[in-house]
Design a binder for this molecule. Structure first.
Ligand code: ZN
Length: 206
């Protein structure tokens, strides 16, 4: 078997080296500590801290790389900071349709917001420059500068908690992505924290 962290052989019936596993847990703990300190307002720039940490943790870098199924989609000059696997993603945007209105039977555009489920098991990759949504056989990349809003909806009856973000659009309505996991509900919260930490977006929880 190959070690899921470093990718080298680690022997029969094993999926990782013990040393790799403990080093990985140490690095992951440090990352979460940065994310939490940022969220609690004890850190001015979470992104720089994450980059510094990851530069010094070659094993964790390798672990993150090995987590991604569509590695070739990620730009070579970007540093992978965080990976969240197996989330559902839907896209809500305004699809313009034409209708007849008034006496003159003119055709006018009507904004018609609708949601489409893109994937129920996508990988989300956060680099130092952009967030990637890796879907089955396709990918979307949004540089942080194109993200204009982050939000979070608490769990409601029959609806798991979800995080959303809006990307720049010329439409008067948001172009919004929703991310959630029905069974691992903490994933939405995690994505929100990571996104706000990397983007330097001070999130207000009402
Ligand atoms: Zn290993």
């Amino acid at each position: 078997m190959k070690c899921s962290i470093c990718g080298q052989q680690c022997g029969l019936f094993k999926s990782y080296h013990e040393d790799c596993k403990s080093a990985m847990i140490m690095a992951a703990t440090k990352i979460y500590s940065i994310i939490n300190r940022y969220e609690n307002g004890n850190l001015a720039c979470g992104k720089m801290e994450m980059i510094e940490l990851i530069k010094n943790e070659p094993l964790y870098r390798m672990y993150l790389m090995n987590q991604i199924s569509g590695k070739d989609q990620i730009y070579n000059n970007e540093i992978i900071l965080y990976v969240e696997k197996n989330v559902a993603v839907s896209e809500q945007k305004n699809r313009c349709t034409m209708v007849r209105t008034g006496y003159r039977w003119e055709r006018k555009p009507v904004w018609n917001p609708s949601s489409v489920l893109l994937s129920d098991s996508a990988d989300m990759v956060f680099t130092d420059k952009a967030v990637y949504l890796l879907l089955m056989g396709s990918s979307m990349r949004y540089p942080y500068g194109k993200i204009v809003n982050i939000g979070y909806n608490d769990e409601k009856f029959m609806c798991p908690p979800e995080v959303f973000f809006d990307v720049k659009t010329t439409s008067p309505f948001p172009h919004r992505f929703f991310v959630w996991n029905k069974y691992q509900k903490e994933k939405a919260e995690k994505v929100k924290q990571v996104l706000s930490c990397i983007m330097g977006y001070k999130y207000m929880q009402w």
